[in-house]
Design a protein around this ligand. Structure first.
Ligand SMILES: *[C@@H]1O[C@H](CO)[C@@H](O)[C@H](O)[C@H]1NC(C)=O
Ligand SMILES: *[C@@H]1O[C@H](CO)[C@@H](O)[C@H](O)[C@H]1NC(C)=O
Length: 632
C-alpha cells in the first residue's frame, strides 16, 4: 500500500479511520444500474442489469443499439487494438460495435480509451468474478498519463460474469449478439422540475478529478443558471466532510484536518501535513461555498453560487497560494453578496460547537431511499438518482433534461447542440414537403419526433409520419396549403380556400383532386353551357366563351341569347299600352257617366210628369224614384 509507505505511521492511523468510515458506508453505496436489453439471439433475449461507468459520456434519456464483438486478442483491452490489427469501426449500414472486454490487468478507463480508439461505440466490461455489480470509476492516482480520461466519450458498462460468459458462448457459436443500452429510465420521477445536487469540493489539487470538476463548473455554469433562473431546476451544492473519531481528537492529524474540534474534517490536499494547505483549510473553504449558497439562496439568487465557485477557482487557486479567506472575500464582494451574513454562517471554526450548515451536510451524505451514500467526489445526483459518467456539459444537460416529463422540458433541452441530428437524414422518416422545405421531423435530446410543424403561424395537422396539412386561416400562404395552383396568361387559379379549415377543392371550371392537379373542364364538349341554337361555344382555360349569332346578346346568368332591341321596344310598347289603356278607361268611364246622367234625368222628368198625369205603369214609379235618388 503505497499511500501508507509515503505517509508514515501517524497518517496510517488517520487512513485507518477513514477506511473504517468508508468501509462502513460501502453497504449503503448504491450502484446506479441501467437496463441492458439483449435483442438477439432469441435464446438470450431479455433485460439484464449493468452498471454504468463513472467516466465516458452516457446517453441519458436515450438508447444505444449495437452488436457485441469479443476481440480475438487483447481481451482485457489493456493495449491499443491497433497493435493487433483490430478495428471496431461501424461499416456503412452496420450496427455500432460494443466491445466486450474482460475485467482486470489495467484501469477500466484505459480499457474504455482503447476501445474508443479502436472505433467501438461502447465498452462492456465483463466482471471476472461472481459478485454484485460495482461502479467502475476513474483512478485516484495523479498520473501524468491520465489526460486521456477527459477524452473518453464512449459509454461504458460493467456486466455480471455470467452474462459475459453467455455472450461469449453465443458469439463463439456463430451468433450475432445485439444489445440495447437503455438510459431512458435511468433517472427517476420525471416531472416539470428537476432537483439536482452537486457533491463537490473546493480543493483544486487532487488531480484529474479536481480538474474535471472545475472544468465542469465553468462549462455548465451558463446552462445551470438559465435553468435555475427560470425555475426549471432546484439546485443544491453539497460538501462531504468526515468526523474525527474521539480517540484521535487530540492528534496532530485531526488538528490539521478538522475544524470545530474534530467535527468536520477533510483530507489534506497534498496528502502531506508538513507543507501547503491543510485539510481544515479545505473544510473552511467548502463551508464558505456552502454558506455562500445559503445566503445567495435566501436573497433569491441561488445561481450566483456557480459564479462564485468558478471565479474562486480562477482567482484563488492553491497552486498560486491564493486559496485564502482574503481572496475568497474579494470574490464574494465582487458578486455583491453580503459578506457579514457569510461570516455569521461560517461561525468560529475553532469553537467546540456544531456548525448547522456542515451538520446538515453530514446528514445529507447518508443515502436516502434510492440514492445511496455519496462517497465519490464529484457526484451529481439528479432527481435523487446518481448520475454516472463523465461530468461533461452536454452529457449532464441531457441527463437533467431526461428528468423532465416529456413536453415540459425547457427550451435549452430542445436546443440544437444536444439534439440527435436524426432529422438531417431523410427527415428522420417523418412527413416532409420538399418543395416547401417543411418537415415534421424535430430533433430532441431524446431522439427525433415526428410532429406536424407550425410554420409562419400556420399550424399543420396530421399524424406527422405520412400526413400533415396546413389548417386554419392563412393556410394558403404556405405552399398554397399543399393545394394545386396554376397561372396561365396572367390568370391564376388555386384549389386552396382560406376559410376552409382544411382540404383542397378545385375552383369552378376545373376538376381534379385539388392537390396534384385540377384539369380544365371543357364546358362546350360536355354540353354544360352555351347550348342554345344561336350559341357558339369556345372553351378557354378555367372557363368558356359563348357568342350568339344574328346580333343577339349572350346572357351568362340565363345561358341564353336575346335580341339586343327587343327589350327596349317591349318596354316602350308596354308603356304605350298602359297610356292607351288609361285613356280608354277614361273614355269608357265618361261614356258611362253620360249615360247614367241621361237615365237619371229621364227618370226625374218622368217622375215630375207623373205627378200631373196618370201614367200606365204607376206601380213602378215610387221604387224607381227611390232607387234613382239613392244611387246618384
Ligand atoms: C433555497 O431557497 C428555496 C426557496 O426560497 C428553498 O425552498 C430551499 O430549501 C433553499 N435551499 C437551501 C439549500 O436552503
Ligand atoms: C430548408 O430549411 C432549413 C432550415 O429550416 C435550411 O437549413 C435549409 O437550407 C433549407 N433547404 C432548402 C433547400 O431551402
Amino acid at each position: 500500500m503505497r499511500v501508507e509507505e509515503r505517509l508514515g505511521l501517524a497518517r496510517l492511523a488517520v487512513a485507518v479511520w477513514l477506511l473504517l468510515l468508508w468501509g462502513g458506508c460501502e453497504g449503503r453505496f448504491v450502484v446506479q444500474k441501467n437496463s441492458l436489453k439483449v435483442t438477439s439471439p432469441n435464446s438470450m433475449k431479455g433485460a439484464h442489469e449493468c452498471a454504468i461507468g463513472n467516466f465516458g459520456v452516457p446517453q441519458y434519456g436515450g438508447t444505444l443499439v449495437g452488436t457485441v464483438v469479443y476481440p480475438s486478442a487483447n481481451q482485457h483491452a489493456c493495449k491499443e487494438f491497433r497493435e493487433f490489427d483490430l478495428s471496431f469501426k461501424t461499416k456503412p449500414g452496420g450496427l455500432p460495435v460494443f466491445v466486450l472486454a474482460d475485467r482486470g490487468d489495467c484501469y477500466f478507463t484505459l480499457k474504455a480509451w482503447n476501445a474508443q480508439n479502436g472505433g467501438a461505440a461502447a465498452i462492456l466490461v465483463a466482471d471476472d468474478r461472481e459478485e454484485p455489480l460495482i461502479t467502475m470509476d476513474v483512478p485516484e492516482e495523479q498520473k501524468a498519463d491520465a489526460d486521456y480520461l477527459e477524452k473518453i466519450t464512449i459509454p461504458s458498462a460493467l456486466i455480471r460474469k455470467n452474462l459475459g460468459d453467455s455472450i461469449k458462448k453465443a458469439l463463439s457459436g456463430g451468433n450475432m449478439v445485439n444489445l440495447n443500452l437503455d438510459w431512458t429510465e435511468a433517472l427517476p420521477h420525471p416531472d416539470e422540475r428537476v432537483e439536482y445536487e452537486f457533491w463537490t469540493n473546493s480543493n483544486d489539487e487532487c488531480g484529474p478529478k479536481c480538474d474535471g470538476q472545475i472544468d465542469f463548473v465553468k462549462n455548465f455554469k451558463g446552462a445551470a443558471q438559465i435553468l435555475e433562473q427560470k425555475g426549471y431546476t432546484q439546485f443544491t451544492p453539497h460538501y462531504i466532510t468526515w468526523f474525527c473519531p474521539e480517540a484521535f481528537l487530540l492528534s496532530k492529524q485531526c488538528k490539521s484536518q478538522c475544524i470545530n474540534h474534530g467535527r468536520y474534517c477533510a483530507p489534506d490536499p497534498e496528502q502531506d501535513f508538513s507543507r501547503g494547505y491543510d485539510g481544515k483549510d479545505v473544510v473552511v473553504q467548502n463551508l464558505r461555498q456552502a454558506c455562500f449558497f445559503k445566503v445567495a439562496n435566501e436573497s433569491g439568487k441561488p445561481w450566483l453560487w456557480w459564479d462564485y465557485v468558478a471565479d474562486f477557482s480562477i482567482r484563488c487557486p492553491m497552486k498560486e497560494k491564493k486559496y485564502t479567506k482574503e481572496c475568497a472575500e474579494q470574490v464574494i464582494k465582487s458578486l455583491g453578496v453580503d459578506l457579514k451574513k457569510i461570516d455569521e454562517c461560517i461561525g468560529n471554526p475553532d469553537a467546540d460547537e456544531n456548525n448547522p450548515v456542515l451538520k446538515a451536510e453530514q446528514e445529507a451524505q447518508i443515502g436516502k431511499g434510492a440514492r445511496g451514500d455519496v462517497t465519490i467526489l464529484p457526484t451529481l445526483v439528479i432527481n435523487n438518482g446518481q448520475y454516472r459518467g463523465k461530468l461533461d456539459r452536454i452529457a449532464v444537460l441531457k441527463a437533467i433534461c431526461s428528468g423532465f416529463q416529456e413536453t415540459t422540458e425547457p427550451a435549452i433541452c430542445l436546443s440544437q447542440e444536444i439534439e440527435t441530428n436524426e432529422c438531417l437524414e431523410n427527415y428522420g422518416g417523418c412527413w416532409q414537403d420538399e418543395t416547401a422545405n417543411i418537415s415534421a421531423c424535430r430533433d430532441t435530446f431524446r431522439g427525433r419526433v415526428c410532429e406536424c410543424p407550425t410554420v409562419q403561424n400556420v399550424k399543420f395537422v396530421g399524424d406527422g409520419y405520412t400526413h400533415c396539412e396546413a389548417s386554419g386561416a392563412l393556410r394558403c400562404e404556405i405552399n398554397n396549403g399543399g393545394c394545386w395552383k396554376e397561372s396561365r396568361n396572367g390568370k391564376t387559379y388555386s384549389a386552396c380556400i382560406d376559410d376552409h379549415t382544411k382540404g383542397c377543392k378545385c375552383p369552378h371550371g376545373f376538376r381534379g383532386d385539388g392537390v396534384n392537379s385540377c384539369d380544365d373542364v371543357d364546358e362546350c364538349k360536355e354540353k354544360l353551357a352555351c347550348q342554345c341554337p344561336e350559341c357558339k361555344c369556345k372553351d378557354v382555360w378555367g372557363s368558356y366563351e359563348c357568342s350568339c349569332s344574328g346580333g343577339l346578346l349572350y346572357m351568362q346568368e340565363h345561358d341564353m341569347c336575346i335580341n339586343k332591341n327587343t327589350r327596349t321596344e317591349y318596354s316602350w310598347g308596354f308603356i304605350w299600352t298602359i297610356i292607351l289603356g288609361l285613356a280608354a278607361a277614361g273614355v269608357a268611364g265618361y261614356a258611362v257617366y253620360k249615360y247614367r246622367i241621361r237615365r237619371y234625368m229621364d227618370s226625374e222628368i218622368r217622375a215630375i210628369m207623373a205627378q200631373y198625369m196618370p201614367l200606365d205603369n204607376q206601380g213602378e214609379i215610387p221604387s224607381h224614384t227611390h232607387a234613382s235618388r239613392g244611387s246618384v
